[in-house]
Design a protein around this ligand. Structure first.
Ligand SMILES: C[S@@+](CC[C@H](N)C(=O)[O-])C[C@H]1O[C@@H](n2cnc3c(N)ncnc32)[C@H](O)[C@@H]1O
Ligand code: SF4
Length: 424
């Protein structure tokens, strides 16, 4: 597998499409629209915790330096916003808590999750974390509250950890390994995030990371290609070197081959250990979601909404009984179908039945050109009425999702550039 003509072309198309489609205009909404009545609606609730003890160089997520007073007030407002969502008539069966460092105040996180469970019919809670918040007492307090904990490791290689500023913060590769080993088995699912294609990362270095992970036997592994979004590009270049796509496909093939024996693939970048309970890929399985907290996104009925990134404005809005939507964009049916086709194939299958039931669409008719291009270029194949990615297609959909994430980072960056000192 290599970075071939179709992946380069699709990368180019995606980069331009995300620039266009993720251009949001300002919104004067004070509340999100009310919930629709349809019984089949499957919403996800996303909550964002934007605080970190120190800020990693490669990270373009929405995060601010931790301050206990600000963070406590933020959690309080998050709970108020959740109540507003309830009053709009929404229900959720899944919650995803993202960061930042979500467990930076475990007691506040637990209170917030308890409120979510009392308001909605929640069956699954997934939460991001980092190696410093895997102490026994914290994990014990998460029991019965969090079903899947996703821990950022990125690499066990000390050289890489030092360059990306994680060595001092989270410890050496060996220390992180020991923290993970103690954490496995306490909560139902432990996922480990790895990043690949760091500049100068060789196949031997990646092989070592993967072997260590295999010996740990986490329930899930997520392997992200290093994303060099505009906001982190120059910092990355200075700290670890220029990001190149030259070896990306080869390293990805190595991941597929190494994990193939012990893991089942859930999406282009997520793998579940054979014998572990399968946990849904939240990006794939929830086509509509509400995001609460600063900088979160919501997608409802064909419209994408982005919340304010300013901590100050967020607090003021919530105190005034308003939600914090700052920008929005409505998409055509065609654009929504194209996006869903990419996401479903990233998740391993474009199901004819699902497209019919969820979107009233016929794959070959409504997405004729897209399906023909993907088939002719060897990226998908048909079995029964459904389409599946070939190994080359898995890499293509990983690249497409990466471009989509970089596009989202661009939205964050535009919004963050407008922040003043007092907004943070
Ligand atoms: C929002 S972060 C939160 C994780 C947690 N705060 C930590 O640092 O361990 C979730 C995951 O996104 C991935 N990530 C962050 N920045 C990335 C980048 N520039 N390229 C690829 N993956 C990235 C990392 O694997 C990280 O674990
Ligand atoms: S990688 Fe994690 S800990 Fe580092 S700044 Fe980003 S969210 Fe915070």
């Amino acid at each position: 597998m290599q970075q071939n003509f179709s992946t380069s072309l699709v990368d180019f198309i995606m980069r331009n499409a995300t620039k266009n489609y993720l251009h949001l205009h300002s919104s004067d909404l004070t509340m999100l629209p009310k919930a629709q009545e349809a019984e089949s609606k499957n919403y996800l609730l996303y909550m964002h915790i934007p605080f970190c003890a120190t800020l990693c160089t490669y990270c373009s997520f929405n995060r601010f330096l931790f301050n206990a007073n600000k963070a406590r007030a933020y959690f309080e407002n998050l709970r108020k916003e959740m109540q507003m969502v309830k009053n709009l008539g929404y229900d959720f069966n899944a919650v995803y808590v993202g960061g930042g460092t979500t467990s930076i105040m475990p007691d506040e996180l637990c209170r917030t999750l308890d409120l979510a469970k009392s308001l909605f019919n929640i069956k699954e809670v997934s939460c991001e974390s980092d190696p410093n918040h895997l102490q026994k007492d914290i994990l014990e307090s998460f029991k019965g509250r969090i079903d899947r904990l996703s821990v950022g490791v990125q690499s066990f290689d000390d050289g890489i950890l030092k360059k990306i500023g994680r060595y001092e913060k989270f410890g050496s590769g060996e220390e992180v390994y020991a923290k993970l080993a103690n954490a496995i088995g306490i909560l139902p699912i432990l996922n480990v995030d790895l990043i690949f294609n760091f500049p100068n990362q060789t196949q031997a270095m990646l092989a070592k990371d993967l072997e260590l992970l295999k010996s740990l036997k986490p329930n899930q592994i997520t392997t992200y290609p290093l994303m060099s979004s505009p906001s982190v590009k120059s910092i990355l270049k200075r700290s670890i070197g220029e990001v190149s796509l030259k070896n990306e496909a080869q390293l990805y093939t190595q991941i597929l081959e190494t994990l193939n024996e012990d893991f089942i693939q859930l999406s282009s970048w997520a793998f579940s250990h054979k014998g572990s309970e399968i946990f849904d890929e939240y990006v794939v399985d929830n086509d509509e979601y509400i995001g609460i907290g600063t900088g979160s996104f919501s997608f409802l009925n064909g419209t994408l909404y982005a919340n304010t990134f300013s901590l100050k404005e967020y607090a003021q809005r919530i105190q005034n009984g308003q939600m914090s939507v700052a920008r929005e964009r409505k998409y055509s049916r065609k654009a929504q179908l194209q996006y869903r086709l990419m996401v479903e194939l990233f998740g391993g299958i474009a199901s004819a039945k699902r497209f019919k039931e969820q979107y009233g669409a016929t794959l070959e008719k409504d997405l004729f050109k897209e399906i023909a291009f993907l088939r002719l270029s060897g990226n998908i194949y048909k079995k029964g009425a459904d389409y599946y990615p070939t190994p080359q297609g898995k890499y293509l959909f990983l690249s497409m999702m990466k471009e989509f994430y970089i596009g989202m980072d661009r939205v964050r960056e535009e919004s963050r550039a407008m922040l003043k000192e007092e907004d943070m």
